[in-house]
Design a protein around this ligand. Structure first.
Ligand SMILES: [Zn+2]
Length: 554
């Protein structure tokens, strides 16, 4: 019996969390046909001797909804071994898309896009049709966003809904579920959803009961810092009222004042699970939650516009800093008020900022002295003020400065990483290295756009031992498949879809840094989506074998 492809001699992680076993994997018609000693059967084969073979990774927190329309190959995702992405999170699905809803959800894109992007759909049905017609490089799992639908009803007017408006909102969300969304998502952190209360959210979540296969309700909770515990309780309350499984997106807590809270949230969720309450979460496995290249949170918008490529911004800034009057004015402003207005909006704390900015890498004489230190410590060492030291670094190092906001604490990160019901997310839009500055990169580039999954396997599991490799693989594969109800995904067994990653366990790791985030990872040797190679021998094949995994679609 021959196979379409035989992967021989690899160490097979089946996704269950069991220790890997050496075996051959025979693929046929896009699925795993057999696992065992299969050498000698005909057909093409791939030698995986010395390599690991695992189910394709599932990114449970992606935002590639718009970018896959323009860049369906999704290089930055498949290069990490991601074969399925769940999108639409934080309430922001790409439907219903109109002039009205776009204002609330895509203001970053709009601000950075001179022309109109080719977004020519309205509802979920139209969007799915478009994506199916053009093809995608990986499987996509759609969620219906509460925020987008609410924006379609009230525009940017963030206020409680009238009865008629609530009915309209429910109809729009129901439309997304009818079209095939696998659940709903909210982001009451963002306008115009801030005024949504638990009753409104529960009414939306209850709609899931009429749509078999609508598996989970995910949320960017109202407050991820000081008020995280209350915000998580509010979300749990919505789940309880609606009687649906809930999933906390990008769980993590920042700032010294909140030290220990992530662990308390994890303990709370674990206790609820032991009582049978269906709750899960995901994490972005980095010590800073946001896209915080430090100048972005410190400098006023007129001096640094994060919507433009940071390299260009940094060079412009460096030229302006050559003017002593500008430099002194900036130092004076930062001494008085060390974060920009935008940073405060994102929860960045002025009173801790110089302790939270770490100089990751800098090359000037001043910068070399500061590398590895917080700005506060580097300033103390240099006998100057943090504001003056920081402006000096911007002037001397310009685009070579990598200074990042590190606002989480190792014990909190470790509690989240060790938690068995927490999956992983990139919180990214699928992009590619060549696309620096593309308006579809909704956010400033962050190493997690290219390296989230290799980082977990390499740095966090293999090197630091924070979790076993087979456990990391389980939480990248069968755990997310079960959260989203994906049948025959996330596991390697006969009959399962052949979403497969072949990686080198000794080499796997991310190559991006905060200074140079745009780098494909190392050690991901081959990626198959539904049996078709999308990455092989270090090359993207350009194939588009991904499926839109709407309700009922395997
Ligand atoms: Zn979010």
């Amino acid at each position: 019996m021959s196979f379409d492809l035989l992967i021989t001699g690899g160490l097979v992680y089946d996704g269950s969390g069991r220790r890997p076993v050496k075996a051959d994997l025979g693929l046929r018609d896009g699925r795993v046909a057999e696992i065992g000693h299969l050498r000698g059967s005909g057909g093409p084969s791939l030698d995986a001797g010395g390599l690991a073979v695992a189910p394709g990774f599932i990114d449970t927190h992606g935002h590639s909804d718009l970018s896959v329309v323009v860049n369906p190959v999704a290089e930055s995702q498949v290069a990490q071994g991601i074969t399925t992405e769940v999108f639409g999170h934080c309430g922001m699905s790409p439907f219903p898309l109109s002039e009205r809803s776009a204002g609330a959800i895509f203001h970053w894109v709009k601000a950075a896009t001179p022309g109109r992007p080719p977004f020519d759909w309205y509802g979920a049905q139209d969007y799915f049709k478009k994506v199916r017609r053009q093809g995608i490089g990986l499987n996509l799992v759609p969620l219906q966003g509460h925020l987008t639908a609410r924006a379609e009803v009230v525009g940017e007017d963030d206020r409680p809904l009238t009865d008629d408006e609530l009915a309209r909102l429910l109809a729009l969300i129901d439309e997304g579920l009818v079209a095939g969304c696998r659940g709903i998502t909210s982001g009451v952190f963002y306008p115009p959803s801030r005024s949504a209360d638990a009753a409104e959210l529960a009414a939306c979540a209850r709609l899931m009961h009429s749509h078999p296969g609508a598996a989970v309700y995910t949320a960017h909770v109202r407050d991820q810092d000081d008020g995280i515990q209350e915000a998580v309780e509010e979300f749990l309350d919505v789940g309880r009222r609606a009687g649906v499984p809930v999933h906390v997106s990008h769980l993590g807590v920042g700032w010294r004042a909140n030290r220990g809270k992530a662990r308390r949230v994890v303990d709370r969720l674990a206790a609820l699970r032991s009582e049978g309450f269906p709750v899960t979460a995901d994490v972005l496995p980095y010590p800073n939650k946001g896209h915080f290249w430090a100048p972005r949170v410190v400098l006023p918008e007129e001096d640094y516009d994060f919507r433009k490529p940071w390299r260009a911004q940094a060079i412009t800034l460096q030229i302006r800093l050559a003017d002593p009057a500008f430099l002194e004015a900036l130092v004076a402003r930062l001494e008085a008020e060390p974060v920009c207005a935008d940073a405060a909006k994102w929860g960045v704390r002025a009173d801790e900022i110089w302790d939270a900015i770490v100089v990751e890498e800098a090359r000037s004489a001043l910068g070399r002295e500061a590398t590895g230190l917080t700005v506060a410590d580097a300033a103390a060492k240099a006998g100057t003020t943090p504001a003056r030291l920081f402006v000096g670094l911007l002037k001397d190092d310009g685009p070579d400065l990598s200074a990042v906001v590190v606002n989480t604490f190792p014990e909190d990160e470790e509690a989240v990483l060790a938690c068995p019901f927490i999956s992983f997310g990139t919180d990214s839009t699928a992009t590619r290295v060549e696309d620096e500055g593309s308006p579809l990169e909704l956010m400033q580039a962050h190493p997690r756009m290219y390296g989230t999954f290799p980082r977990v396997l390499g740095l966090l599991a293999r090197d630091k031992g924070l979790l076993a490799v087979e456990e990391a693989v389980r939480r990248m594969t069968s755990l997310p498949a079960s959260i989203y109800g994906l049948a025959n995904r996330g596991t390697l067994k006969p009959g399962a879809w052949a979403d497969v990653v072949v990686f080198d366990p000794a080499a796997v790791g991310e190559n991006g840094t905060f200074r140079c985030p745009r780098a494909y990872p190392r050690g991901i040797e081959c990626v198959l989506v539904n049996g078709v190679p999308v990455l092989q021998g270090g090359r993207f094949t350009g194939e588009l074998p991904g499926r839109l995994l709407t309700r009922g679609v395997e």
